[in-house]
Design a protein around this ligand. Structure first.
Ligand code: PEP
Ligand code: MG
Length: 596
């Protein structure tokens, strides 16, 4: 039997199944919350005559951004089949045309200059005027344009305001968030008690949004072409993050089937929780320590209950997201101290700020801003060293938190020893100042480690090992930079492969350099949290893994099934291969032998 609902136009619509990238496993069922359809509240602000050029420029930038967004969604629509692709293509082309219409562009600019108002309210006034004109037409085709021009205007307004216009505060229980694009900053606002899963039209499997979804334990599917055009707010939606599907208006049978799957997954999770207090020990007695990655301070409880032996990667970007000012040292200290206290004496590895690229912070927009290749530009440690006050402030907060429990400092995106030396200097200077003021800090100073996530850093790991106290392999960026694949771009997601021999050789090279220099080395990229890779990483000599708390029990269970000597032999066989297909086959075969 098919579930049917009536649309605004009176048409009855049945179940629809959309394919996408399943980026966070699990099944979520709930009412759709379509973010882009929420009401827009724009406040009209008067501006001075001398501010008009600035407002016109903001408007032009928002239009350019809208063009880029529509191009991306249009490209995505081409992957749909049959008439769906055609219909969506026409609609998006119409939107692009409207965006370029002189009536809209001149109308808004004229209102900013003549009425001395902010760009947002000028856009709203202009689209009201244009759409009112269309709405009065006799021809139903032209009348329908009224809605489209409003959608285009709303897109521009959303781009003009920094914060998400529609927070996730007032949602119905178990809502499924659907949007064109969900940024890492958006996910930071999601409360898993209210939201049961999400899906978006854009986004790749290894981007930060996907990592946040796994970290929050929210089933998610990204890169779903045509999603928003196929769903109305409030309709029942299933997000199948394991299978990479979104089902809108599911049939009764489908719903029953998915509810059964949810119950089975809950049973499995419960069984895995029994491993909590057992060590990560292979069958032949090799110890592998398991740590948690933290995206948000609120997740620290999950890390403790998953049995993490420490925090292997604390991403501090959360402190800088969804705000227009910068957090001061005290505020940063409070947040870090809370995490150190909650870990009760277990080590917390705090990574210094890694904004830039896909992880933007509004307050730093002037620096990370409009680079042609943001992933290759002023991000991570480069930004921190350029804005030394930022690094010093972070060092101050970390050193103070280090007086409450063991901490380590981790530097992102290192490519040369000089960067490590400069950061160490900052740590020592800040420590001196704090001691002089009588402030309690970590004693001795915390170990200073580097992320190995740039291919050049992996190849120069010997040189870096002379300057660093530990290595953390960031396989997400390492894969991206080695293969030149944007990890958050769904159109090239099929090429993103950590099992490419080039990536594996860099991992092996780094681990060997660390072992020679007797430096601790961990893997904290997403590879660490996927049991599929566990045997290979152990076979390559890795003995410390850090991952989303949610993944920890499954990886521990895999370690306890393994024999490290056979994993080492299989890793040798894998490293002799030149072809990622063959590597995948050798690894999958090994894993199947374990579970069978
Ligand atoms: C990585 O690049 O693998 C990593 C752990 O850092 P992030 O995902 O935060 O860039
Ligand atoms: Mg990284």
């Amino acid at each position: 039997m098919k579930t049917k609902t009536k649309t605004k136009t009176g048409k009855t619509r049945g179940e629809r199944v959309f394919d996408g990238l399943g980026v966070s496993p699990g099944v979520a069922i709930g009412p759709a919350f379509v973010r882009e359809s929420g009401p827009l509240q724009v406040i009209e602000k008067s501006i001075a005559a001398k501010e008009t050029d600035g407002e016109v420029e903001r408007f032009a930038k928002a239009v350019a951004k809208a063009e880029r967004q529509l191009t991306k969604v249009r490209r995505k629509a081409e992957s749909l089949h049959g008439t769906a692709a055609e219909e969506l293509g026409y609609l998006l082309d119409a939107h692009r045309q409207m965006l370029g219409s002189r009536r809209l562009l001149d109308g808004v600019t004229g209102r900013i200059r003549k009425n001395l108002i902010n760009a947002e309210s000028a856009v709203m006034a202009e689209i009201d005027a244009i759409s009112a004109g269309f709405a009065q037409m006799d021809d139903p085709y032209l009348r329908a344009r009224a809605q489209e021009i409003r959608e285009v205007g709303h897109r521009i307004v959303r781009n003009l305001v920094d914060k998400p216009l529609h927070g996730f505060g007032s949602l119905a229980e178990d809502s499924i968030v659907l949007a064109e694009e969900i940024t890492p900053a958006d996910t930071a606002l999601m409360n898993p008690a209210k939201i049961s899963g999400f899906a978006s039209a854009l986004g790749g499997a290894e981007g930060h949004t996907a990592i946040m979804a796994r970290s929050l334990g929210l089933p998610a599917v990204l890169g779903v072409a045509g999603l928003l055009e196929g769903v109305q707010p409030g309709e029942t939606v299933i997000v199948d993050g394991t299978g990479g599907m979104v089902i809108v208006r599911p049939t009764k049978r489908r719903l029953e089937d998915y509810r059964k799957r949810q119950a089975e997954m809950a049973r499995q999770a419960k069984a895995l929780r029994r491993l909590r207090d057992l060590p990560g020990l292979t069958r032949d007695g090799t110890r592998v320590s398991l740590h948690a990655n933290l995206e948000l301070p609120s997740e620290v409880g999950q890390a403790v209950s998953a049995g993490a032996e420490g925090i292997g990667l604390l991403r501090t970007e959360f402190l800088f997201m969804n705000r227009t000012d910068l957090p001061g040292e005290d505020e940063q200290f409070e947040a870090l101290a809370g995490i150190v206290d909650a870990m009760s004496g277990q080590q917390v590895t705090v990574r210094t700020l890694d904004v830039g690229g896909e992880k933007l912070a509004s307050a730093l927009g002037d620096l990370t801003g409009d680079a042609v290749n943001p992933a290759l530009g002023l991000r991570a440690i480069r930004l921190s060293l350029k804005r030394r006050e930022l690094l010093d402030m972070q060092m101050g907060a970390i050193l103070r938190a280090g007086a409450r429990g063991p901490v380590r400092v981790l530097l992102p995106m290192i490519s040369t020893p000089a960067e490590v030396q400069a950061a160490r200097k900052s740590m020592q200077q800040v420590a001196r100042k704090l001691r002089k003021r009588g402030v309690k800090i970590a004693d001795p100073l915390p170990p200073l480690g580097v992320m190995i996530e740039v291919p050049g850093a992996a190849l120069a790991a010997d040189a870096l090992s002379q300057n660093a106290d530990f290595f953390a392999l960031g396989t997400n960026d390492l894969t991206m930079y080695t293969l030149a694949i944007d990890r958050s771009d769904e159109s090239v997601a099929y090429l993103y492969n950590p099992l490419h021999p080039a990536v594996l050789r860099l991992i092996q090279f780094t681990v060997q350099a660390a072992l020679r220099a007797r430096l601790p080395v961990s893997v904290c990229g997403e590879m660490a949290g996927d049991p599929r890779y566990t045997a290979l990483l152990i076979g390559l000599g890795v003995r410390e893994l850090s991952m989303a708390s949610f993944s920890l029990p499954r990886v521990k269970s895999r370690i306890r099934q393994l024999d490290s000597q056979t994993a080492i032999s299989r890793a040798h066989a894998i490293m002799d291969q030149h072809d990622s297909g063959r590597i995948t086959a050798l690894l999958d075969d090994f894993n199947e032998g374990l579970s069978g």
